[in-house]
Design a protein around this ligand. Structure first.
Ligand code: OAD
Length: 243
């Protein structure tokens, strides 16, 4: 598949002092990890987010939620990073400064070699005390594990609907979006805030903004560049174009 990377985007990347990359579920689609909103096989097409990804749902039936996240954890453990993940890790090596903000909880960026990842929605391999929020190493039991400190249930270390983004992640991401020269939005539907708002911050600070997505999002027209393709194909091409 022939993918043309616009010369102006390559030039902007070459001149960039700081590049900020926001990724979503689409960057892991080619690793076999379902996205959320894809019509047929998106997770939220099969399950009601409010039944599985809220503190209320966990309070109502912790065993059901725990088992669902255990299923997702096993699925992403079996997945492998794809060329899109590796291309981002390579960009971190060849560009002066890259800030990677991911909405994904699947740990695939780290497994592909990315270093300083801002996990905006947490990490599925970590657990948190439901009462105190303290972080615990991921427990692989099938039953809901108990907090060794206070005896409350442990819950998956991901951000659920209605919950705040971890403060450090939010502050660092907003700073990077407001400071970058180029902002790449990769594999996200740009529907979930505050993550989707990072693009607006970058735009307000005159960054060159580009979207990489096989399906143009609702915001595509407001991007300087909308590269219609799979990230596992477009990103390696972009790295190659940078020489
Ligand atoms: P979505 O499922 O909303 O969007 C995935 C996007 O990836 C879509 O726009 C697809 O067109 C695109 N896509 C599919 N295959 C792709 C590929 N091979 N390469 C590039 N793009 C591809 O997922 P997110 O935008 O990540 O939050 O969703 C944001 C948040 O909503 C998630 O982090 C999760 C979810 O509810 C929480 O649970 C808090």
């Amino acid at each position: 598949m022939n993918i043309d990377i616009p010369e102006q985007l390559i030039a902007a990347l070459r001149d960039a002092r700081h590049v900020c990359i926001l990724t979503g579920a689409g960057v892991s689609a080619e690793s076999g990890v379902p996205t959320f909103r894809e019509a047929q096989d998106g997770l939220w097409a099969k399950y009601r987010a409010e039944d599985l990804a809220t503190p209320e749902a966990f309070l109502a039936d912790p065993a059901l939620i725990w088992r669902w996240y255990r299923w997702r954890r096993d699925m992403v453990s079996d997945a492998e990073p794809n060329p899109g993940h590796y291309a981002i890790a390579r960009l971190e090596e060849i560009l002066p400064r890259v800030t990677l903000v991911t909405q994904n909880v699947d740990d695939l960026h780290r497994r592909a070699g990315s270093k300083d990842i801002i996990e905006f929605h947490g990490n599925i391999f970590e657990d948190r005390c439901f009462a105190e929020g303290t972080l615990h190493v991921g427990d692989d039991s099938l039953d809901v594990p108990i907090c060794p400190d206070c005896g409350a249930n442990l819950r998956p270390g991901v951000v659920w609907f209605g919950e705040a983004i971890p403060e450090e992640a939010l502050t660092r991401s907003c700073k990077a979006a407001a400071d970058c020269d180029v902002f790449l939005s990769v594999g996200t539907s740009s529907l979930v805030y505050p993550a989707a708002g990072l693009t607006d911050l970058a735009r307000e600070n005159d960054a060159v903004i580009a979207e990489i997505n096989p399906n143009a999002t609702a915001h595509a027209a407001s991007f300087d560049f909308a590269l219609a393709g799979n990230s596992g194909e477009v990103l390696p091409e972009l790295v190659k174009s940078l020489g």
